[in-house]
Design a protein around this ligand. Sequence first.
Ligand SMILES: Cc1cc2nc3c(=O)[nH]c(=O)nc-3n(C[C@H](O)[C@H](O)[C@H](O)COP(=O)(O)OP(=O)(O)OC[C@H]3O[C@@H](n4cnc5c(N)ncnc54)[C@H](O)[C@@H]3O)c2cc1C
Length: 448
Amino acid sequence: MKHFDTVIIGAGPGGYEAAIELGKAGVKTLLIDKTKERIGGTCLNEGCISTKNYLESAGYMAKASYFQECGLDMSIRGFDLQRLREKTIALKNELRSGVVWQLDGAKVEMMYGTASFVDAHTLDVSGESVSFDTCIIATGAKVRETPALPLDGKKIVSSNEMFELEVLPKSIAIVGGGAIGCEFATFFNAFGVEVTLIARGPQLLSGEDEDISKTLLRAFKKSGINVMTSSSVQKAEVTQQEVTLTVEGEAVEEIKCELVLCAIGRDPYTQLLSLQNAQVECDRRGFVVVNDAFQTSQKHIYAIGDCIDTPAYAHTAYTEAQIAAGNVVSGSANSNTHVNPSTIFTHPQIASCGIKEKEAQEQGRAVEIKKAFFKVNAKSKILGDDSGFAKVIVCAQSGVILGASIIGVEATEIIHELLVAVEKELLYTDLKEMIHAHPSVSEIVRYL
Ligand SMILES: Cc1cc2nc3c(=O)[nH]c(=O)nc-3n(C[C@H](O)[C@H](O)[C@H](O)COP(=O)(O)OP(=O)(O)OC[C@H]3O[C@@H](n4cnc5c(N)ncnc54)[C@H](O)[C@@H]3O)c2cc1C
């Protein structure tokens, strides 16, 4: 049986980042995933990279009319989804090679198969045994399913199958008002697909500030998306031509569409691991239970990324990987003290960090809200989209910036300045006094 200092299960952003860190530190490291194509995990294969590449084309489509007004003599004769699909596959392959190159450079060994624990120091990988001193579980999350919408991979699909579509449907119903549902609504709407977005809660993006969600809702409605909030799908009837959804909201309605995307959430992917054999604890939702240093109930087994109950972002997985790998190497118990940004690539984009306005109210904190609209920002107008606003939440006593939310053009880029402000506890006056280049979208801060 082969023995390693550290074995990592799952080659997504969490797993490969930890493996590269450990390999570079001279730790004899094995990284396991089901197949070579899984290197990069959900993020690379059916998550961040694919969605953002699709959305970039949608963004150009949305901006086209503005640049036509600016004199650009172009006509859009159509959109070939098959070509976008092929370009995205090429991009993923290129990025995967980059990860493999880094893993090779760090002398990380790879093994392909499904890993499960035999005991607290041994794994079975599709019939082969490996033993380890320490292990990092980075198995991510998988699509959540519901009996009301049985996935068939053809008419009722999850986000995984979206990137296999070769032609656009005429109409789509997207079930789920979270980031994934809203991003796909943006994509299909930009290309003229009739979109119905069905959200269970009273607002889209329940984790974001209420006025951000309301602004997105207005923007979606203005661009022709049929948004149904406080609604849930009771059943789906599939025929050769279409799907009929029975949706219960204020009334019971029938929605007919060519395709249904079920985007009701993702669950930790821990079922295949036989965690009980290693006495590693899970909570009732299936998340691996960890302490602040990412150690499970077995101190030599760590867990990071989407399989633990922290924000489900690739950037969060990267940070947790670096901290957990550092703890493995040094035997320390460092925790993640960084502020996590949330980024949603809808049109308009949304980004936030730190405390939300409602949270501050619930905690009874005395805060001041500083808000500026992109209507006053020259660069956003030059970019063809001056919708939305930025706001910061400032402690009324100390003047420290506690949180920030943005909805508008380039929100996912300009959030980083506010992230520094929140993480480093800068004062509102520090931020205001800084010189911001003109004309830039970041200049919105001058107006806060
Ligand atoms: C549609 C979509 C869009 C997204 N967009 C963004 C975005 O824009 N920005 C962002 O930050 N995040 C985004 N995310 C979330 C992001 O993809 C995840 O947070 C990130 O991939 C989590 O990384 P991870 O390493 O924890 O797990 P994963 O990336 O899920 O990787 C886990 C790996 O473990 C493997 N595995 C599981 N079980 C086993 C086993 N028993 N044996 C062997 N291998 C196993 C899986 O095959 C998988 O490759 C998006 C997700 C989706 C679905």
